[in-house]
Design a protein around this ligand. Structure first.
Ligand code: SAM
Length: 240
């Protein structure tokens, strides 16, 4: 296929994702700033502002990686609240944990698969997954797990690459299929991982498709905000 990646067997996807994130972990934060020209920081701030958090609440950061969202959530829930940093990949989790330890914070950290969350039903006030759902093999199962661990009234935030505004598509394609792998090669000596990034973005369901998936999982009042002309979208849904 055009993406090549579609030909990879389902069981190989998880292994491929593990390899990619193990390989990019050390350079991950630097590359995020470079590739998005710092915009990912604004996207993440927007997501946290939409979380509706209050002191004392319990938050689960799925595929939390280097802890960008976890750190912002912690400020909202305060000392009486809890934020769990989780990720399937130990290399990414280690970067996140070390970064927070250097800042004098030590959030509980759990290495786990977003498709099989080791937490009880009806437990969290808010669950987030930022730039992580795209990498999961069974997105419907991951969404169902996030729904299960949320309390009734709790909300899910999905921050993810989405479908860019049509007139910008040619420029965005040029950027992601040519410039991105080149930057990956020059800065992180790793063109392949950044090629994977561009491909996985194109494969991910667009705004409406993801909204429908969330509704099919049982989320209510599902809505989304486009950010940066749809390069990214924040989806929000509630458990009733
Ligand atoms: N949330 C962080 C952020 O926004 O900077 C990290 C995003 S990073 C692009 C994607 C993360 O998803 C990686 O850390 C990867 O290990 C994690 N991931 C991939 N598949 C996963 C799965 N099945 N369960 C949990 N995490 C997963």
């Amino acid at each position: 296929t055009h993406f090549g990646y579609q030909q990879v067997a389902e069981s190989d996807k998880a292994a491929k994702v593990a390899e990619v994130f193990h390989s990019v972990a050390a350079q991950y934060d630097l590359m995020n700033d470079l590739m998005s020209a710092g915009l990912h920081r604004l996207w993440k701030r927007f997501a946290v502002a939409q979380a509706g958090l209050r002191p004392g609440m319990k938050v689960l950061d799925v595929a939390g990686g280097t802890a960008d969202l976890t750190r912002l959530f912690l400020k909202e829930v305060g000392a009486t609240g809890t934020v769990l940093l989780t990720d399937i990949n130990f290399s990414m989790l280690r970067e996140g944990r070390d970064r927070m330890l250097n800042e004098g914070k030590a959030p509980p950290t759990v290495q786990c698969d977003g498709e099989r969350l080791p937490f009880p039903d009806n437990y969290f006030d808010c669950v987030s997954v930022a730039f992580g759902l795209r990498n999961m093999t069974h997105k419907d199962q991951a969404l169902a797990e996030m729904h299960r661990v949320l309390k009734p009234g709790g909300r899910l935030l999905v921050l993810e690459f989405s479908k860019v505004w049509k007139p910008l598509e040619p420029a965005y394609d040029l950027y992601s299929f040519k410039l991105l792998p080149l930057m990956g090669k020059l800065v992180a000596q790793d063109a392949a991982s950044y090629q994977y990034l561009a491909e996985s973005i194109r494969m991910h369901p667009g705004q409406e498709a993801l909204k429908t998936m969330m509704e099919a999982t049982g989320f209510a009042k599902v809505s989304y905000h486009n950010l940066t002309a749809g390069v990214v979208a924040l989806h929000k849904g509630f458990k009733v």
